[in-house]
Design a protein around this ligand. Sequence first.
Ligand code: PLP
Length: 436
Amino acid sequence: MDQSTIPHWYAPDGDVLELVEGEGVRVSDADGNEYLDFLSQLYSVNAGHSQPAIADAMAEQARKIAYVSPSKHNDQRARLAGRLAEKAPDSLTDVMFSVTGSEANEAAMQLARDYQGASKILTRWRSYHGSTYGAAALTGDPSTRAAVEEHAAVTGHAKFLPPLDYGGPFSADTPEELAEQAADHLEWVIRNEGPDSIAALFTEPIAGTSGAYPAPPGYFERVRELCDEYDILLVSDEVIAGFGRCGDWFGIQTEGVEPDMITFAKGVTSSYAPLAGVIVNEEIAEHVGEEGMPVGQTFAGHPVSCAAGNAALDAYEDGMLENVRDLAPHLEARLRDLESVPEVQDVHGRGFLWSVEFGRPDGEKDEFLFDPRVDEGENPVAAVRDEARARGVLFGSGRPDTQVLVAPPLCTEQDDIDRAVDVLEASVDAAFGANG
Ligand code: PLP
């Protein structure tokens, strides 16, 4: 491989995989080795690799007219906006496009602050919302936040604990009790921050890179009630959870709760082209209509990306969402077999988004903020992923890096699941030796 092409800023160890082809769930490298892509690259190639219909739609739009500025009409853009609003919960009616998930969250923050006349935004510890200054400040993962906090004071943010019983103050006997304790804690944070100072609460409906953990039953109903009671906008960050990943169009729909805004990216085009945005309720849309959006981006709602988006949505409608619903119980059952491994702390997730979370071999639950083994630079979880890669399956890493994330494309078949989980089991054995 030409060393000058190595993206050293992302892979300082130089361990770079050069992927040159893909088809469905399979990708192959420059040496002809084939892998099952069980992380959909970045939890984002939801429709699978090299789908001809998506590539053709993009080419056709580029041949017709590749670029039309965001303030003008483009039929692919208008059609995609209409389809997204139709798939979102009923109260969400209007779409504002941007380019990346981080920028979608920036736009949602601007909208929330402007609409509410308040500045504070609440987010969870152990969350990920992006890498720009504002979106990184939303993020509850300490390593991401630290990277921006070193350079600038980003104000107007407060954090609350996720509904997790790892370390932390919650000690519940049932998931319902955990939901109640975590919601009571959230109310305490809201009251202490001052409800009038809070514009919005951003949350991933099912955590993404921070561990694919769904909330316990009843939690999101309480969050919605608290947002209503204290006049706080509820924003569902669907950058990973959306577009079939959790078995419905948007992750929050699996919780039966209506947010005031949804932010999206990644899966909207199955990552064939960059596209992101915010879906807002009628009141926010009307507010923007009166005031006009003061800022925008050149590539927001790019026509070629929107063509990819419409073709990706066709693929999801054409059986892929159903495939997730059909096969998710099988994926879950196979992964839960790993719970008998002493080092496996927990297996959690929903749909085609799962985390096998590793803990201490003595069975004690680690605190969720960090894992001392990772801090010491000896991370057996990375060894599990390396073993799996050597056996032909790519899995994802999370923040903190105590987990193997499992997020295959939505077109993945049962045989692929069986092979990938067999490989994961063998890799855990290899990484943990006789214990595994
Ligand atoms: N929100 C969530 C939940 C994400 O997982 C990500 C990226 O992984 C983002 C926002 C940021 O998206 P982007 O990397 O496109 O800026």
